[in-house]
Design a protein around this ligand. Structure first.
Ligand SMILES: Cc1cc2nc3c(=O)[nH]c(=O)nc-3n(C[C@H](O)[C@H](O)[C@H](O)COP(=O)(O)O)c2cc1C
Length: 223
């Protein structure tokens, strides 16, 4: 599976079977997290066999079942646009995990923050977690806003690489599936403009990663 297939195949999965992540895959994930942390200055942390973080009222409300493994999303507030960076690098982890045969779900609210084992140092903030593991299914594609609502470029004027990026942006996970962004093209520079609201900085980072991974073109963000 390559990165474009991972973008197409990734859907939020909230129900996991009890198969533990095998040692080799776990090691690959840990190495990847270490390199992402080094590059970004963020503090993602993997926890396995820790079901407590997903036990409680909010969790049932969010329909999660069988989650015992997760990646804590811990941002260092001194990193430039740390929320957007958490989205960008978190999506990199999600898509790499997908290519390793794992399912996942971004979780901003429906987990027990108090029971999360993440180390949160002074100047850091726990933004959420990414549930991870082998799903009982692969989830299903979300309903997307039409391209014309998310993009100002008419389809007839889109270069092929931009079409690829746009498709991937529309498949990106966003909190409450809100998709509060618009994508423009100025010259040959794609621009993502935020429409504001809760979690939109994280969402924008996620959308940016998907667009860049599929199009091979660097994106500028405007908030
Ligand atoms: C930043 C962020 C926070 C999210 N928080 C939650 C959550 O607390 N509970 C939940 O069930 N899903 C959560 N989701 C998952 C979204 O509902 C999901 O990504 C969206 O509906 C699109 O579906 P898809 O991921 O299957 O494409 C979150 C997603 C993102 C990006």
């Amino acid at each position: 599976m390559d990165i474009k297939e991972a973008i197409i195949n990734r859907h939020s999965v909230r129900h996991y079977n009890d198969r533990p992540i095998d040692d080799q895959t776990k090691l690959k994930l840990e190495q990847l997290i270490a390199s992402v942390n080094e590059e970004s200055g963020l503090h993602f942390q993997l926890f396995c066999d820790d079901p407590e973080c997903f036990a409680g009222f909010l969790v049932h409300f969010g329909r999660f079942k069988g989650v015992s493994d997760y990646i804590a999303i811990v941002g260092n507030t001194s990193v430039n646009d740390y929320e957007e960076a958490c989205g960008y690098y978190g999506e990199k982890l999600v898509l790499e995990a997908q290519m390793m045969g794992l399912n996942s779900c971004w979780v901003g609210g429906s987990f027990s923050k108090g029971k999360c084992k993440a180390e949160v140092k002074s100047g850091e903030k726990l933004l959420g977690v990414i549930a991870i593991g082998y799903g009982v299914n692969n989830g299903s594609a979300h309903k997307s806003k039409p391209a014309a609502k998310l993009c100002t470029v008419p389809e007839s004027e889109m270069p092929d690489w931009f079409k690829e990026g746009m498709k991937a942006a529309m498949q990106a996970p966003t909190a409450l599936n809100q998709q509060k962004f618009t994508i423009e093209l100025q010259g040959d520079v794609p621009k993502i403009i935020s429409k504001g609201g809760p979690y939109t900085s994280v969402d924008l980072g996620i959308v940016k990663y998907n667009f860049e991974a599929a199009s091979g073109h660097k994106v500028k963000l405007y908030k």
